[in-house]
Design a protein around this ligand. Structure first.
Ligand SMILES: Cc1cc2nc3c(=O)[nH]c(=O)nc-3n(C[C@H](O)[C@H](O)[C@H](O)COP(=O)(O)O)c2cc1C
Length: 357
């Protein structure tokens, strides 16, 4: 599958953009273990053009991550165009992705992220102006709609849309007309947030619309190689995106790849190996945080900065689920402040897992 001239190979499986999760250390590992493409955490267009916060830090990419997409969000044309140009010229990603899906109140409530689904005309204007402003491919990630009624009837919110047509089917066609190079759809509406099951039927409907020619990336509730295979087979999507299931297990991509290529899971990844991967993630996270030219400077350019990034992964690592008496160890992992402390705790955790086997 190709996004313009970027070849993602057969049956691509990509890492979803996730705030506070898909930092560089995690992305590098996911890529190493077979993710076909990785996305940055989202970057606020507004903060980027005003040069505030850690936006530049979020945009750092390493060649080993490529192809890599940087995602931006915002709610007005000039800011988004300016931010897109900065991303292209400063960070040099392979792809610029626009977020029209974030459901969080402080973003969607202000009209950005999925809030844009309530203003499709502005959404489309932003998209076409951003496409015109940069040379790299522009992609969009969105949801099925704002809520259930708009999800089903595009004519309610998109001028000129045929009555009764699903919102996302109409929106996808219009986004394609704006010149985007691929579209990712998370199979939920904004009002669903992360509740209920993702509806892949509508993702399939977009994909099977004969007017659609750009790649469609399906997203929502994918956890295993079987889920990925099913998404390709049943809904015909061009690529599958995985989000939450990757927490604490960047090696998931290796297992999924094995399943897609051979029909078998990868049993060669031992507990020792996985624990070493987690340590490597800690090491990388700390090293990136301590970088000399880190924009965070005095504020957070510390070992602790790197540890904070990796905590969420460790707390959610599937290896630690169902281990008796693990609560105290988990709390200690979440409170550790140095790499050395964390390594000792990870060794302790390994012993607990072994004694449970
Ligand atoms: C902690 C967290 C942070 C997220 N941050 C972003 C983000 O920055 N940009 C974005 O497009 N989606 C974001 N998402 C949504 C995911 O990319 C994905 O669409 C969603 O989790 C559904 O996929 P999943 O069921 O595989 O997790 C986030 C989700 C989570 C759980």
């Amino acid at each position: 599958m190709r996004i313009r001239d970027i070849d993602l190979g057969e049956k691509p499986v990509v890492l979803a953009p996730m705030e506070d999760v898909t930092d560089q250390a995690f992305r590098v590992l996911c890529k190493e273990f077979g993710a076909s493409m990785v996305y940055s955490e989202f970057v606020s267009a507004d903060a980027l053009i005003r040069n505030v916060g850690r936006q530049f830090e979020k945009m750092r990419v390493d060649d080993s991550e490529r192809p890599v997409a940087i995602q931006i969000y915002g709610r007005d044309v000039p800011t988004m165009v300016e931010a897109a140009k900065i991303v292209e010229s400063e960070a040099h990603p392979d792809i610029l992705d626009i977020n029209f899906g974030c459901p969080v109140k402080k973003i969607a409530g202000k009209g950005a992220g999925s809030g844009m689904l309530r203003s499709p005309e502005l959404l489309l204007e932003i998209t076409s102006e951003v496409v015109k402003a940069v040379n790299i491919p522009v992609t969009v990630k969105t949801r099925l709609g704002w809520d259930v009624p708009t999800m089903y009837d595009a004519s309610a919110t998109i001028p000129g849309a045929p009555k009764g047509r699903p919102f996302i089917v109409e929106l996808a066609e219009r986004l394609q007309d704006c010149g985007i190079s691929a579209l990712t759809i998370h199979g939920r509406t904004r009002s669903q947030m992360y509740q209920g099951e993702a509806d892949w039927t509508l993702i399939g409907e977009v994909k099977n619309n004969p007017n659609m020619h750009i790649p469609i990336i399906g997203n929502g509730d994918i956890c295993t190689g079987e889920d990925v295979e099913n998404a390709f087979y049943k809904y015909g999507v061009d690529a599958v995106m995985i989000g939450r299931a990757t927490f604490g297990q960047p090696w998931l991509f290796r297992d999924v790849r094995s399943y897609l290529d051979t029909g078998k899971h990868d049993d060669s990844m031992t507990l020792d190996w996985k624990m070493d991967v987690l340590k490597d993630q800690v090491r990388k996270s700390v090293a990136y945080s301590l970088r000399e030219d880190n924009e965070l400077k005095e504020r957070k350019r510390t070992e602790l900065g790197g540890i904070i990034h990796v905590r969420r992964h460790l707390a959610n690592c599937p290896l630690f689920k169902g281990i008796p008496d693990f609560r105290q160890t988990r709390i200690k992992i979440l409170r550790a402040e140095t790499q050395e402390e964390l390594f000792t705790l990870l060794d302790e955790a390994k012993e607990k897992i072994i004694s449970h086997l």
